[in-house]
Ligand binder design. Structure first.
Ligand SMILES: Cc1cc2nc3c(=O)[nH]c(=O)nc-3n(C[C@H](O)[C@H](O)[C@H](O)COP(=O)(O)OP(=O)(O)OC[C@H]3O[C@@H](n4cnc5c(N)ncnc54)[C@H](O)[C@@H]3O)c2cc1C
Length: 558
């Protein structure tokens, strides 16, 4: 296609989060540029994050998912937006792309090319999957149309969701709302693999409470009868009228690869701090690129909407000559699972162990607002940090309300290079309906600072076994009425208020591990013991965390 003018022409591949953020920002900065957005699918600027909520019926109108149209984008931003136009190759020497649409193929030259092709669902090579007629993945409007039409015409009763990540769990909840009997199958030993297992256990609890069957630590190994039977690795066969495949995503990298652009980890497109790929004047953003992890500085891939939108805007700035840098991403994420919310930022313990960094973790249980104000509910929070410097590595939280606020604050703290000591200093809005005079973020800052400053030592739930085997004295300082509901095997109960008088019952020659319900009273007990010359450790998160992490395995009801 011939150039109509000598205006700078910027061609964008992919018309959703990253691509459209780039296009609209480019227009705001360059009234004269020619901006062409090529999208292979039927829609641009649609709300992919909203798709599961349309399945559930919470988003009632399909049109609500279509945030912009080519016409509205032309009207407001003078963008040339072309749905059903797939870029099939790039000739970087000629600075041209080859585009295919319903009328055939055409070439289009560019001065700058931005790739924001996103990520596609990973579809495993499982026998019988290709023949299955009731298996869907969830990426775009045609996918959601496929699922909703299938439900309307076939009235499925049983659903299997394979993969318990964010999209899998959102779909499980949505299908349950539609009245299906839902089973979630996850290969990892826990749901929500980006979380540490003891935090994910709260989410599993919520799924089960709402009637979702959860099978973790097992994969699907075959599909039979056109997909109506899902066979698991252990030979178990699940009946499925509708299956959602949500086992992760892969960068949509074929176009970049065929253009000779360098790829990195997991096939992600490599870019520099200006989002420029290894080929001059070709830039890339969004789910398809490799980014620097804010905490480690190492390579990572993060398929989330906030980074994609930010990167789209930033690449537009850079192309327009504004000083801006790709500073990497933290992977701050959130999911609602029925009445619970789970959110995380930064690194989890598994990722930290892989880096070899020394770290400590603290768990707290705190209310989202003043405990005496109606509706108070617990937030279970975890903070991971450097025990020497207090640098924050990551955080996770699960609760009913207020989880987003706390994780957003900690994510901001990480981006601002604040330490756990700084969390104590943060000042929040407070009135009883909204928070507490000591916000959970302050509280977790206190707990972590106590570790950094040597006032407290803790062990994690998975370290208890080792301490028990070493002969540690296990002390539970809850009230007898609480202990009646369950106590961890081997713990002796001395309520906190009696501890000073009953210190003679605690052997001085043994390490003492103290537990309670949430870890707060056990911390107080630890302080009493330490000041009486004991070597004491707090069981971090105490019964709340341990009982979930280990389930009923070694909890005795007494
Ligand atoms: C069901 C679902 C729920 C989600 N929920 C959340 C959430 O709650 N929170 C969150 O942070 N993130 C969520 N995400 C992730 C978020 O949507 C993505 O991170 C974000 O959209 C990535 O933006 P992108 O521009 O990189 O890719 P996309 O938004 O996927 O856009 C890429 C577009 O490029 C097009 N394309 C690819 N190749 C070509 C080509 N050769 N020619 C032309 N067009 C091409 C594709 O058709 C696609 O439309 C969700 C994703 C899905 C699928």
């Amino acid at each position: 296609m011939e150039r109509s003018s000598q205006k700078m022409r910027i061609v964008i591949v992919g018309g959703v989060a990253g691509g459209m953020s780039a296009a609209t920002r480019l227009r705001r900065l360059n009234e004269n540029a020619e901006i062409i957005v090529l999208e292979k699918g039927p829609y641009v600027s649609f709300a992919n994050c909203g798709l599961p909520y349309y399945v559930s019926g919470e988003i009632e109108k399909r049109g609500s998912l279509l945030v912009q149209t080519p016409e509205s984008l032309r009207g407001r931003f003078l963008l040339d937006v072309r749905p059903y136009n797939e870029v099939i190759s790039i000739d970087s020497a000629k600075k041209e792309v080859l585009v295919k649409n319903k009328d055939g193929e055409y070439t289009l030259s560019y001065d700058k090319l931005i790739l924001s092709p996103g990520a596609k669902p990973f579809i495993p090579n499982t026998p019988g999957l290709k023949e299955a007629k009731n298996v869907f993945s969830m990426r775009n409007i045609p996918d959601v149309d496929g699922v909703t039409e299938f439900i309307t015409s076939n009235h499925p009763a049983k659903a299997v969701v394979i993969g318990a990540g964010f999209i899998g769990l959102e779909m499980a909840e949505s299908l349950k709302h539609r009245g299906l009997d839902v089973t979630v199958v996850e290969m990892a030993p826990q749901v929500l693999p980006p979380f540490d297992s003891e935090m994910a256990a709260f989410v599993q609890e919520e799924l089960e409470k709402n009637g979702i069957h959860v099978l973790s630590g097992i994969a699907a190994r075959a599909f039979h009868e056109d997909g109506k039977i899902v066979e698991l690795e252990n030979g178990e066969k699940l009946q499925s009228d509708l299956t959602i495949m949500s086992v992760g995503v892969l960068p949509e990298n074929a176009l970049a690869e065929s253009a000779g652009i360098k790829l990195g980890m997991r096939g992600g497109i490599l870019v520099d701090e200006n989002y420029e790929t290894s080929v001059k004047d070709i830039y890339a953003v969004g789910d398809a690129i490799v980014v620097k992890n804010t905490v480690t500085g190492g390579d990572t891939m993060i398929a989330l909407a906030n980074p994609a939108n930010r990167q789209g805007r930033q690449v537009a700035d850079i192309i327009s000559g504004v000083a801006r840098k790709n500073k990497g991403s933290l992977g701050t994420a959130i999911v609602r699972v029925f009445d619970r919310t789970a959110a995380s930022t930064g690194l989890n313990e598994r990722q930290l162990k892989a880096t070899g960094k020394e770290f400590k973790a603290v768990h707290i249980t705190a209310n989202q607002h003043a405990g005496y104000f109606p509706g108070a509910a617990s937030i279970f929070m975890k903070l991971i940090f450097d025990p020497k410097t207090g640098e924050i590595y990551g955080a996770q939280a699960v609760g009913n309300e207020g989880v987003d606020k706390r994780i957003d604050i900690i994510s901001t703290a990480i981006k601002g290079n604040l330490s756990v000591m700084d969390l104590m200093e943060l000042e929040f809005t407070y009135a009883p309906p909204f928070g507490s005079a000591k916000d959970p973020v302050n509280m977790i800052g206190y707990a972590a600072t106590n570790i950094v400053e040597g006032f407290s030592d803790n062990i994690q739930w998975y370290e208890l076994e080792g301490k028990r085997n070493e002969g540690a004295f296990l002390l539970d300082v809850r009230e007898p009425s609480e202990v009646k509901r369950g106590i961890i095997d081997g713990f002796i109960n001395i309520p906190l208020n009696d501890l000073r008088e009953r210190l003679n019952e605690v052997p001085k020659d043994k390490t003492v591990i103290v537990s309670c319900q949430s870890g707060q009273r056990s911390y107080m007990a630890e302080r009493i013991l330490k000041q009486h010359g004991y070597k004491a450790f707090n069981l971090d998160g105490a019964y709340n965390i341990y009982s979930r992490a280990k389930k009923e395995e070694i909890i005795k009801n007494v």
